[in-house]
Design a protein. Structure first.
Length: 347
């Protein structure tokens, strides 16, 4: 019998890429719920995919029924954009923590395997050169810095899941994406300031606004990971060969793609110049600096650097990321800007 996978938030960045890969490379069945299906155009007609449009906080019966019916549950619904952590922290708590806690409890009740998306954000402002799942302390700022409510909500759920593992034998795997990027991360035509994450936002800034704003000068660093590498890891986690992912936490990131946000902005501008129809816009774009408080408000606080240790993923999953940052950005740009017209041939 083929594996039945339940994905809540199936139209999201991770959900839609994972579904597409599963349907193309496995004989598994996918049951998915989301409020929209615009990123699932390649999946909706597949007989092994069942999609239901709905909100996880309302369609509780459908969810309970499918948790019982499926073998593996991925509750991927969450608010994951920093500007919303400071604008609507209670919504972040309600959705990312409360709504997901209900799902986790049902996985406990029905003894179902759950694969939970934690986040690189749980490490907060730790000063470790590499963040390790077992050894790194999770360092957050004061309560008035509301940005940390996302990190804190995810951290508490990680701790709850871990405790259910110890006390109720919950079969779980926790994964922590480190700044995953790729074609369907966020929409580039969304003009609302701050509604996307940095890569999409910068592309949109180059195309529509003529200006990239580096928060506090852009010295802060992130390790960017291409979505296909992330999905490779998730497939191995779902397969769980010889129980290799059972009750473990994995950082899923690319330590080799560690760059400052300023370097990211400069690289993106340089790469957009390779698309003749957009070169003019890239030539004209201005890179400026904005203070964090002005950009995000007084409840924001940033972290300086974030490099994953991927020793666990290498050891237990046999996984390593393959995609360098430049190629990852070109693939993302090809999706938005018509890659067939690009002047360079790499990627
Ligand atoms: C992200 C988000 O919290 C989640 O998507 C996720 O859980 C996690 O990290 C992850 O993907 O690993 P962050 O990296 O701070 O957090 O999010 P971005 O909005 O992508 O910002 C990255 C950096 O770019 C920040 O330092 C931010 O201040 C900077 N930035 C952002 C700018 O300099 N200018 C802008 O216009 C926007």
């Amino acid at each position: 019998m083929s594996l039945k996978v339940l994905i809540l938030g199936v139209n999201g960045f991770i959900g839609n890429s994972l579904t597409e890969r599963i349907l193309a490379s496995k004989d598994w069945e996918v049951y998915g719920m989301d409020m929209a299906s615009d990123k699932l155009e390649n999946c909706l007609d597949n007989p092994r995919f069942t999609f239901v449009e709905g909100d996880i906080t309302i369609n509780k019966e459908w969810i309970a029924y499918h948790i019982k019916k499926c073998d593996v549950i991925l509750p991927l619904v969450a608010i994951a954009t920093p500007s919303l952590y400071v604008k609507d922290p209670l919504k972040v708590f309600e959705l990312d923590f409360e709504a997901n806690l209900e799902i986790i409890r049902q996985c406990v009740r029905y003894k179902k395997r759950v694969i939970f998306p934690s986040t690189s954000e749980v490490y907060g402002m730790s000063q470790d050169a590499e963040f390790s799942e077992e050894d790194t302390s999770l360092v957050l700022g004061p309560i008035h810095k509301q940005r940390w409510i996302y990190s804190c909500s995810k951290q508490l759920l990680d701790r709850v899941i871990y405790a259910y593992g110890v006390h109720e034998q919950l079969p779980y795997t926790i994964f922590r994406p480190f700044n995953w990027l790729g074609p369907k991360l966020d929409r580039i035509d969304e003009h609302k300031e701050g509604s996307s994450r940095v890569v999409t936002l910068f592309i949109s800034n180059i195309l529509h606004h003529g200006e990239i704003k580096l928060v506090d000068g852009g010295k802060q660093r992130r390790s960017f990971t291409y979505i296909d590498d992330g999905i490779d890891a998730l497939i191995k986690i779902i397969e769980n060969k010889d129980n290799c992912a059972h009750q473990r936490i994995f950082n899923i990131g690319n330590p080799k793609n560690d760059v400052s946000i300023k370097e990211l902005a400069e690289l993106l501008v340089q790469l957009v110049k390779e698309y003749p129809a957009y070169k003019n816009l890239a030539d004209k774009v201005k890179i400026s600096t904005v203070q964090a408080e002005e950009h995000y408000g007084k409840h924001y606080q940033d972290l300086g650097f974030r490099v994953p240790s991927i020793r666990n993923a290498k050891t237990y999953l046999g996984w390593e990321p393959k995609m360098d940052l430049k190629t990852a950005l070109l693939k993302t740009l090809d999706y938005h800007l018509d890659g067939s017209k690009r002047t360079s041939s790499a990627a």
